[in-house]
Design a protein around this ligand. Structure first.
Ligand code: ATP
Ligand code: MG
Length: 330
């Protein structure tokens, strides 16, 4: 019966599922964590506005998308629009901000591919600040809408992130999977089940996720999306088992591109974005490959092997501790 289970407990009657709920409840970001990040964001925005009066600072990533842990960093997007809507050079912005950071913060400046970002630590929190990369604001609110489309989405994603981190396959800077890639991989699995747990929200609510929406409106856009009434009543544990098995045995890494935008796997074409890439996961707005950090065969093999090994062990033991030490993770 669609929508018959309106508490998480209804999906957690077996041991594996209740271990997942326990981990989720212990590790998920708490309201005071978000309040602290929001206070820092406000302070930082005020300081930046002394230099760029039109600048706005947005909290993005797992702090805002409902998929955060107590230990997650805070991702920030600084939006500075120049004369005639031209975006000022990020180097110019960074150098203008530098005096402020060197007096108030520990500043580390790093260049990542074509994107400039700052790593800041402020009030004991880690901040990852990028400049004018506004797609991060759009996809944060898309992910947030998926996170709340079904009660099971948040716990499964949190467990998968913890599992991937425990097995050293969740670090894009070391050639493995970014958290963002992992989240899209879980959403894809939930969208492509015979009875999907979630739909394509971009297809069902195009007006809420228009790439042309004014950036200021983006956080408000998806406010009124109702929860999805899925016929799929699988337990959390069965969905975790299914997720591992899907990437261990069903998904064709060499032939398929994950598209959360379309809620299906697309055939891999020879376009530059997908050619010679080990893992292809489409960014839902920009349509480039979010998994391009996985560029070494040895890392790709390690990722695939981890799906195969964990899937086998969990299938047999049905105990979360067999693939992730629950107590130590909490
Ligand atoms: P964690 O809790 O581990 O910090 P996270 O959800 O914050 O996870 P990250 O991988 O740190 O995930 O990414 C933070 C945010 O940056 C994402 O939610 C997304 O908005 C944006 N982002 C990351 N990678 C990309 C990308 N390749 N293209 C576009 N946006 C990205
Ligand atoms: Mg983050």
């Amino acid at each position: 019966i669609p929508g018959s289970s309106n508490t998480l407990q209804a999906y957690a009657k077996d041991k594996l599922s209740s271990q997942m709920v326990e981990l989720f409840e212990a590790c998920q970001q708490q309201t005071p964590d978000l309040v602290r990040k929001e206070m820092c964001r406000t302070r930082l925005q005020e300081d930046i506005q002394n230099i760029f009066p039109v600048a706005r600072l947005y909290l993005t990533g797992s702090s805002m998308n409902g998929l955060g842990c107590r230990t997650s960093d805070a991702d920030l997007c600084l939006v500075v629009v120049g004369i005639m809507n031209q975006q000022p050079d990020p180097i110019y912005i960074l150098s203008s901000l530098q005096p402020m950071f060197t007096t108030s913060f520990e500043l580390e400046m790093m260049v990542n591919m074509a994107l400039f970002f700052l790593l800041l630590s402020f009030s004991g929190l880690e901040f990852d600040l990028n400049i004018n990369n506004t797609v991060g604001i759009r996809n944060t609110f898309l992910l947030r809408s998926y996170a709340y489309a079904d009660l099971r989405v948040r716990p499964i994603i949190l467990v998968v992130k913890k599992w991937a981190r425990h097995h050293d396959i969740n670090d894009a800077s070391k050639g493995t999977l970014s958290s963002y890639t992992l989240v899209l991989m879980v959403l894809h699995y939930l969208q492509t089940l015979k009875e999907p747990v979630i739909p394509s929200l971009q297809k069902d609510y195009p007006e809420c996720f228009s790439p042309l929406m004014e950036i200021d409106m983006v956080p408000e856009g998806p406010r009124h999306i109702p929860p999805y009434n899925s016929r799929n009543q699988s337990s959390l544990g069965d969905l975790l088992l299914g997720f591992l098995k899907y990437y261990a045995t069903v998904f064709r890494w060499d032939k398929q591109v994950i598209s959360v935008r379309e809620a299906r796997a697309l055939p891999k074409t020879t376009s530059r974005e997908w050619r010679d890439k080990f893992i292809c996961v489409e960014e839902p707005f920009e349509r480039n490959n979010v998994a391009r950090a996985v560029h070494e065969k040895i890392k790709f093999d390690a990722i695939k092997a981890q799906f195969v090994t964990s899937s086998g062990i969990l299938q047999q033991r049905k105990d979360l501790n067999s693939i992730l030490p629950v107590r130590a993770t909490i």
